[in-house]
Ligand binder design. Structure first.
Ligand SMILES: [Zn+2]
Length: 251
């Protein structure tokens, strides 16, 4: 039996399929990430016209059958295309960082309201901010997604022995492998040095406290995040993250 389902979701990724169709990965509110086949979408008069652009929030209708990992998309209507994000290539790239993260890490058909809300809030904020604030906002949200993915880094005591961390010098040892700050006895070969300031910023982020990321902290975070994702999330590489610095802050 096929059920006709109507729900909301974000377009995370699309792939060409045969000469006129697309397979889209959509992060829905009610079912988590699903894959749908949009037939004829690349024909000039397709009813899906414009609806399957990346990071659109759409209302979609699809036929859900049991034991199927690809559903047929029956209709898609744009709820929000985040026009103000699309006006800047840098913001578009930022939106793709989170889409790529969720596309690559979310399992199929598992509801994740935490991730869904993060993506929605991120796109809303991205619309409103000054384009120069794109990078810190993207890292803020990317760091936040790590909690939901079960790989939040630790910044209180040594992640190995829970012993105190020395703060008398300028840098704190952060072990990518261990997933947190470490004491002298737990120093390992994946350690990178983070400034006290950056560690405090990261702590505040995970405590949901207001924080501003200074330029130096952004660049320290930017340096360890790719290795951290790779190490803790099955060799995850975010291609869009590599390009975040390539775009200027102009339209
Ligand atoms: Zn230790």
């Amino acid at each position: 039996m096929a059920n006709i389902i109507k729900t909301e979701g974000f377009v995370l990724k699309t792939m060409l399929f045969k000469e006129s169709s697309l397979i889209a990965s959509i992060f829905t509110k009610k079912f988590g990430k699903i894959k749908v086949l949009a037939k004829g979408v690349r024909r000039p008069k397709s009813k899906f016209c414009g609806a399957l652009e990346l990071f659109n929030l759409d209302e979609i209708i699809f036929y859900k059958r049991e034991l199927k990992d690809l559903y047929t998309l029956s209709d898609a209507v744009v709820i929000d295309d985040f026009e103000e994000v699309r006006a800047y290539p840098k913001k578009v790239n930022a939106a793709m960082v989170l889409c790529e993260f969720f596309e690559k890490t979310l399992p199929l058909e598992e509801i994740d309201s935490h991730a869904y809300t993060l993506l929605l809030n991120f796109l809303k904020e991205l619309q409103d901010i000054d384009v120069a604030a794109t990078k810190p906002l993207t890292f803020y949200y990317l760091l936040k997604t790590l909690s939901g993915a079960g790989v939040r880094p630790h910044f209180e005591n040594c992640v190995r022995c829970h012993g105190p961390i020395k703060y008398d010098n300028k840098n704190v040892d952060f072990s990518i492998g261990a997933g947190g700050v470490v004491c002298d006895s737990h120093f390992d070969d994946t350690v990178v040095f983070l400034s006290n300031k950056t560690v405090n910023t990261l702590r505040r982020i995970y405590k949901d406290e207001d924080t501003e990321m200074c330029k130096d902290s952004i660049s320290e975070i930017e340096t360890f995040i790719p290795d951290y994702l790779y190490y803790h999330l099955n060799n995850l590489v975010l291609n869009s993250l590599k390009h975040l610095s390539d775009y200027s802050d102009k339209k």
